[in-house]
Design a protein around this ligand. Structure first.
Ligand code: NAD
Ligand code: MG
Ligand code: MG
Length: 331
């Protein structure tokens, strides 16, 4: 299935430069969107809760800061960048009363729209601009002159130019420098959840942990296990990212390449692939979303237990000790 990818030459910057934009929340994505848009010549204000710890940082960065209600009221485009699990409440209580016909409601992930936790009125645009990278990289790459690619999507087109708005917004955060991929709320939401669960976060952390535990349980030193199964990961990933799997294979020894073909399918085997299919099915039918929302409503009990377990795992203790010896890693 071919996707459409758009670049700077395909975008009309004046669309977003002619709008009043409210960024709701100033976390990982919020600070990156707000600052990149401002530097792209867009009229930005940041909407925060009273007493928000982020207000000082946003003001220091030269941004207008106001209440969520005021920001929503005066903006033409409202980008919702509070955590996914809080968006439905913030939307209902603080944004919806200030939405007017012809406004644009925007998201960086389709979770609440796709699974129906937020149901906007028919007379507003509903769009998405989802950078395919963490917010701090979205900001850093913009200041360096490059940009993280974005997915841009339209769920609801009330004004007839919702796509132009989504594309122009993505240009403003720097996405058009590397490519804006036209997508849908369904594809973005389901693929994003699957990627972070099966491969990027869930798969990766568990793979590294399992390797570390296999070596340390067999009596090898923890420091060595950390270097082999954790530290070297970034170098391998950098080679794949920059030049492809074939180049990574060219760069490693033949022994390592032979081991890759021999061992990979034994670790990520039929059982792992069946587990991935099951994860995808639970994402598609909404049962993962509901499970996550239920845990949030229960004070994040399960999430916090898991966080505590990984934070106190020997791999983290060893890692902290070793990383403190690297002069190039900033605190
Ligand atoms: P975050 O947790 O980093 O930041 C959320 C911000 O929301 C906080 O900094 C605060 O300013 C505000 N906030 C927190 N609690 C609030 C409350 N009760 N009421 C009002 N405001 C509150 O969130 P994030 O990771 O930037 O995620 C925002 C959106 O971006 C989500 O939809 C997420 O899926 C999406 N997204 C995130 C990333 C990422 O790298 N973090 C990448 C792509 C998309
Ligand atoms: Mg995600
Ligand atoms: Mg080696």
């Amino acid at each position: 299935m071919a996707v459409e990818i758009l670049y700077e030459k395909d975008v009309n910057p004046e669309v977003i430069q002619g709008m009043k934009v409210a960024i709701i929340g100033y976390g990982s994505q919020g600070h990156a969107h707000a600052l990149n848009l401002k530097d792209s010549g867009v009229d930005v204000r940041v909407g925060l809760r009273p007493g928000s710890k982020s207000a000082a940082a946003a003001e220091e960065a030269g941004l207008k800061v106001m209440s969520i209600e005021d920001a929503a009221e005066e903006a033409d485009l409202i980008m919702v960048l509070v955590p996914d699990e809080l968006q439905a409440k913030v939307y209902k209580e603080q944004i919806a009363p200030h939405l007017h016909a012809g406004n644009t409601l925007a998201f960086a992930h389709g979770f609440n729209i796709h699974f129906g936790y937020i149901q906007p009125p028919a007379d507003v645009n509903v769009i998405m601009c989802a950078p395919k990278g963490p917010g701090h990289i979205v900001r850093r790459q913009y200041t360096e002159g490059s940009g993280v690619p974005d997915l841009a999507c339209v769920q609801q087109d009330a004004t007839g130019n919702a796509w132009d708005i989504a594309l122009s917004y993505a240009w403003g955060v720097g996405g058009a420098r590397s490519g804006v991929i036209k997508s849908t709320f369904k594809d973005e939401t389901e693929e994003d959840l699957f990627g972070e669960q099966a491969v990027l976060c869930g798969g990766l952390v568990e793979l590294v942990k399992a390797g570390f535990e296999t070596l340390t349980e067999a009596g090898y030193p923890e420091e060595l296990a950390y270097f082999e199964c954790y530290h070297e990961m970034k170098m391998i990933v950098d080679l794949m990212y920059e030049s492809g799997i074939h180049f990574m294979n060219y760069s490693i020894s033949n022994t390592a390449e032979y081991g890759e073909y021999y061992a990979g399918p034994k670790v990520i085997n039929e059982q792992s692939r069946a587990a991935m299919k099951e994860l995808l099915a639970r994402i598609q039918d909404g049962s993962f979303a509901q499970e996550f929302v239920d845990d949030c409503n229960n004070g994040h009990k399960w999430l916090l237990e898991q966080r505590e377990a990984i934070n106190t795992h020997p791999i983290e203790i060893t890692g902290e000790k070793i990383r403190s010896m690297f002069s190039w890693i900033k605190k």
